[in-house]
Design a protein around this ligand. Structure first.
Ligand code: B1M
Length: 233
């Protein structure tokens, strides 16, 4: 059925979510905004809307992109539609009243322009009580170094979605080591092609599978550092 004929308000929750997956697939930003608002009005939590309607929709897009059924222009439209929905959810996810935990500098590494996952991680970190400095995409070592110098964060987060760009995380961590500032902050890495082993190999403090894990890990490691500092002093 074309979306013109669908009254989203009239659909029960499960059909609305399925329709949103279709609409995301078709890059229909206005429909994604409307669907997101309807689910919120139906008292869905922001995290449930995010995971079940948006992230799941993007997972389906990812499969057809991989299989050569969708191409970059279509996926860009889907990504933009998803970002519209995320913009509505952002303040809700950040509004948890969590205690202030510190600052995170986060960015996607050089050569990589994927930012949806990173943006989600940023939102969840805000919700977990962190101030987030988002460096955006395609960051060379210098951009990370400048931001660390300026913001003196508790955490540096790096995102990579391509097997060709993930090794750049090692370049950044090596630069921190060479400058003698590696241990000034916790380093977290994430992105679909990474895994635990890779995180260890590049010298990160932790690999984070998803945004929720990133927020939990960030909190746990900051609290552990504070406890260790308190014991040492
Ligand atoms: Co790209 N792309 N893409 N793409 N793209 C992938 C990554 C790919 C797996 C698709 C595929 O073939 N199945 C494939 C990579 C293959 C590989 O390297 N092995 C791929 C490719 C090949 C490409 C191009 C090379 C295509 C081309 O030009 N021929 C090109 C590269 C551009 C570049 O970066 N230089 C390209 C371009 C694009 C678009 C621009 C069209 C668009 C990006 C739009 C945007 O981000 N603004 C795009 C998209 C959307 C995707 C897929 C479909 C979806 C990615 C996404 O947003 N997922 C993706 C397929 C896939 O991943 N299944 C694909 C949803 C998001 C919520 O999940 O990003 O994994 P994710 O983030 C998660 C976790 O990974 C983790 O938490 C997030 C939330 O839970 N996480 C972190 C992520 N970052 C973290 C940082 C942390 C912690 C956790 O720090 C602490």
């Amino acid at each position: 059925m074309s979306t013109d004929e669908v009254d989203l308000e009239a659909l029960p929750d499960d059909e609305l979510v399925a329709q949103m997956h279709d609409d995301l697939y078709d890059g229909l930003a206005a429909e994604i905004l409307e669907g997101t608002n309807i689910l919120l009005e139906r008292n869905w939590g922001a995290d449930k809307v995010l995971n079940e309607a948006l992230v799941e929709g993007m997972r389906i897009v990812g499969i057809d992109f991989r299989d050569g059924i969708l191409f970059v222009p279509e996926v860009l439209l889907a990504a933009n539609a998803m970002k519209g929905g995320m913009a509505i959810l952002r303040p809700l996810l950040a509004e948890t009243g969590a205690e202030r935990m510190g600052t995170v500098v986060i960015g996607t590494v050089k050569g990589d322009i994927h930012d949806i996952g990173k943006n989600l991680v940023g939102m969840m970190l805000e919700g977990a009580g962190f101030e987030v400095v988002d460096l955006g995409i395609n960051n060379p070592v210098e951009a990370y170094l400048e931001a660390l110098e300026e913001h003196k964060p508790d955490i540096l987060g790096m995102s990579a979605l391509l097997t060709t760009t993930m090794p750049y995380m090692k370049v950044v961590i090596q630069a921190l080591e060479e400058k003698g500032i590696r241990d000034d902050q916790i380093v977290l890495v994430g992105g679909a092609p990474l895994n635990e082993e890779f995180g260890k190999a590049v010298g990160a403090d932790a690999y984070c599978r998803d945004a929720a894990v990133a927020a939990e890990t960030a909190q746990a490691l900051v609290l552990a550092r504070r406890a260790a500092a308190a014991t040492a002093s």
